[in-house]
Design a binder for this molecule. Structure first.
Ligand code: PHE
Length: 340
């Protein structure tokens, strides 16, 4: 081993480092220099053959070489890292001028849309939104609504009973008594939600939706109900909508009415949406029966109320021109896409 050998190893390694193209190349060079049988390691091993006088001098030279190679490797490593990062950033650059693929925009389900619209209108009028349970007791669904057991009007609502006392609510009116028990008049509430009846054809589904409204205050009259519903309908279906009030019967309202609106698709001329009649039946309503107020602990001498119950599926079908109620529940993406 001599100076020349050492010098050759140094030149060779520095040259290799200079020409390295990647961090992987550098790892190879490190092994070639410092690995078990690497060039610098062999130099150290060769020290054995030197005379004791030469050893310190050579030892120092080898150490110096090690330092030089290590430092050069380090700075090359930094250089290569930066270059790789730069290349990566350039490669991953986003071309903001490239035309976009377009974003798929979803749409609200027609029922959700109608709930939103009606809720917005009612909240504007000062109503609070409440919810009630879909699994309900016979008491709230029927008895507190002045429909005792064996009352013939129970037949109007073909109910899914779970036990004798528990059922799937057949009307959102069930929420009325619940709210009257806990609220102090005056109050105005609406309750949108699912309702259930054993009924199924093109316009009836076993699960459907209603929106219940209830106002309790002093001096409430039929005139308040009529004017409020007129405003509500016109905001929903347009200012030229005609409204017809027909006398009806519900055990929980007295007097009771049913409310029709001029068909929004033919404006009253008659078409297949309204089956040629020009009008569509949309909701039941009336002045709350004093018995119902009393049962829930409200003084019927001081307070009166009015209530209304919208069929939301019908409302949505009319608004969106849907002819079969089942379309609302099939979750067919092609149908839902038309709602955009
Ligand atoms: N609950 C009645 C129904 O489902 C509708 C209604 C609600 C009528 C409130 C009057 C008052 O048919």
């Amino acid at each position: 081993m001599n100076n020349e050998q050492l010098e050759n190893i140094k030149v060779e390694l520095l040259d290799d480092i200079k020409n390295a193209k990647s961090l992987k190349d550098l790892v190879g060079i490190k092994v070639n220099a410092f690995g078990k049988s690497g060039s610098i390691s062999s130099l150290s091993k060769g020290m054995r053959d030197l005379s004791p006088e030469d050893r310190p001098k050579f030892g120092a030279m080898i150490n110096e070489l090690k330092t030089i190679i290590e430092e050069t490797l380090k700075s090359k490593e930094i250089e290569l890292e930066n270059a790789e990062l730069k290349a990566k950033l350039e490669h991953e650059q986003i071309d903001i001028t490239e035309p976009s693929k377009g974003i798929e925009v979803g749409a609200l389900h027609p029922i959700a849309d109608v709930i939103d619209r009606l809720t917005d209108i009612c909240v504007d009028m000062g109503f609070s939104v409440v919810e009630g349970p879909e699994i309900e007791s016979d008491y709230y669904n029927f008895e507190a609504m002045n429909i005792p057991k064996n009352h013939p009007s129970r037949d109007m609502q073909d109910t899914f009973f779970i036990t004798d006392e528990i059922l799937l609510r057949s009307q959102t009116s069930a929420v009325q008594a619940r709210e009257m028990e806990v609220r102090k008049p005056p109050f105005k509430i609406i309750c949108p939600g699912k309702t259930y009846r054993n009924d199924s054809d093109a316009t009836h589904s076993p699960v459907f939706h209603q929106l219940e409204g209830l106002v309790v205050d002093e001096n409430i009259s039929m005139a308040d109900l009529k004017s409020m519903l007129t405003i509500l309908m016109r905001r929903l279906y347009g200012d030229d909508t005609k409204i017809r009030f027909r006398p009806s019967f519900f055990p929980f309202t007295e007097p009771s009415i049913e409310v029709d609106v001029s068909c929004p698709s033919c404006h009253g001329k008659g078409c297949n949406v309204c089956k040629g009649t020009g009008m569509l039946e949309l909701l039941g309503a009336g002045v709350v029966n004093p018995k119902v107020l009393e049962m829930s602990g409200i003084d019927s001498k001081k307070y009166r109320g009015f209530a209304f119950g919208f069929g939301l599926d019908r409302t949505a079908m009319i608004l969106d021109g849907i002819n079969n109620i089942r379309n609302l529940y099939r979750n067919d993406i092609r149908f839902l896409e038309q709602m955009k």
